[in-house]
Design a protein around this ligand. Sequence first.
Ligand code: MSP
Length: 519
Amino acid sequence: MLMSAQTFFITTAIDYTNAPPHIGHAYEKVLADVIARWHRERGRPVFFLTGVDQHGQKVQQSAEKAGVPPAQFAREITEKFKALWEKLGVAYDGWAETTDPRHIAAVQAVLQQLHDQGDLYKARHSGHYSVRQEQFLTDKERNAQGEFGPEWGEVVFIEEENWYFRLAKYRPWLAGHLAEHPDFVFPSFRGNELANAVAKEAGDLCISRPKSRLGWGIELPFDRDYVTYVWFDALMNYATFAGFRAQDGTGLPDFKELWPCDAHVIGKDILVPAHGIYWPIMLKAAGFEVMPKLLVHGWWNLGGTKVSKSSGNVVDPDALADRYGAEALRYYLMRDIATGQDADFNEERLKARYNADLANDLGNLVNRTVSMARRYRSGTLAAGPVDKSADALAIEVLGSEAARRFDAALGAYQIHSALEAVWELIAAANGFVESSAPWKLAKDPDRVARLDEVLVTLVEAARLAAVLVHPVIPQASDELLAQLGCSGNFTPVWGVVAAGHTVGEPRPVFPRLEPEAAA
Ligand code: MSP
């Protein structure tokens, strides 16, 4: 049995290259990136894999509409995704593209194995087929009026011979696996949804498409007239780009160092059936005993309805990053949603959070702290009183508590509550500036030790806040730490700054959005 080494292996759903990225894609990548960065900063090795899903009917159709070959179309959209991840600071270790020959070879090897062990069979089927969802429909999918609703897009009646995967044979195993591994799906209410679906789901899975109607896919190695169903191909990326069945010298990681995956980060729409049913059964059939874990996030909606290209309400993350900065967008996407739940995207909220949280609270704390240290101590801190005052001690206790809460919340994927803990510290530190009034202390020669205590406490509070937010806003955090004279020190607990510490130069990192720029 393969055991995971200490490397935290995190992946995201790979994005379809049938259309450019939207805000939902950006959210998912930033979420995974924040988790990956947090592990790295706490000294745990991480392998973060993401990429694009380039095959399938959707891509073929979009390419036809654009009048270019599917390979060219997929390439162009792939470049857009890559450029966006770079702009948003998504620091992945592995990049998956399903047209990669290394992936194709490994997928074909698994198909051949399943074929040879009798898990695939060929049968003739006629029925209604949804072009949009790339699947055959049954009466279950009809609505109250007995029709296939608009969510299925164009539905055509087809009769054809195809290859089927014996999903039904493995269903009892999957039901048992879910019962024995309640941590297979996070959050647990999604696990319950999956268990209910497994109890209902019946039948085998059609895993082929005749080349006569879909040429854009991976050829079945044992029947060259067919390509494999896009999900069979796409799901395998999590293993193939982690080095599963890789030839030597291909530059892919050592699979046994990585598997099983600690978190496949996916949206709620692709849990059932793809990741919750097909994927574990594919792995089981291929001989895997240890299964990965799924981290299922909710959706960003717009005005209460889902963001989708067909409804024309796509929010462009690239334009938002240009307008407000990539870091402000990352912060908003992590702060205004609870992982697992849905949220409504609202540009006004983004602006409000920028001005309140980033400019007024965090930015201002660092700016005034550094300015005061320079004004009253020429930038170099001195020792405070021997016994700490109660109010300074209260900030220290809050800081230690914030650091503990931050790590606990992040470990439970609750980034928004991790950030809440930091902002409580920031608010308390800003309150401490007001209540201790260093500008008054500076005028009173008897209060020198008290002023030193206040300054050391504020620099340490600001440092700890900047360190904790690093996974979410890495560039801004680096800049803030440099101003505080703490570059490169990511110690995530209270107590680094001491007498003799020298701060850097203050410079606004999050200048307030002016009303006209915000309009
Ligand atoms: N190609 C498949 C995934 C294959 S994984 C083996 C796919 N691609 S997708 O481009 O449609 O979606 C990629 C990811 O973005 C999915 O996890 C999906 O849930 C997520 N999101 C798409 N729209 C979203 C929102 N509006 N909000 C949050 N995430 C959403 O599915």
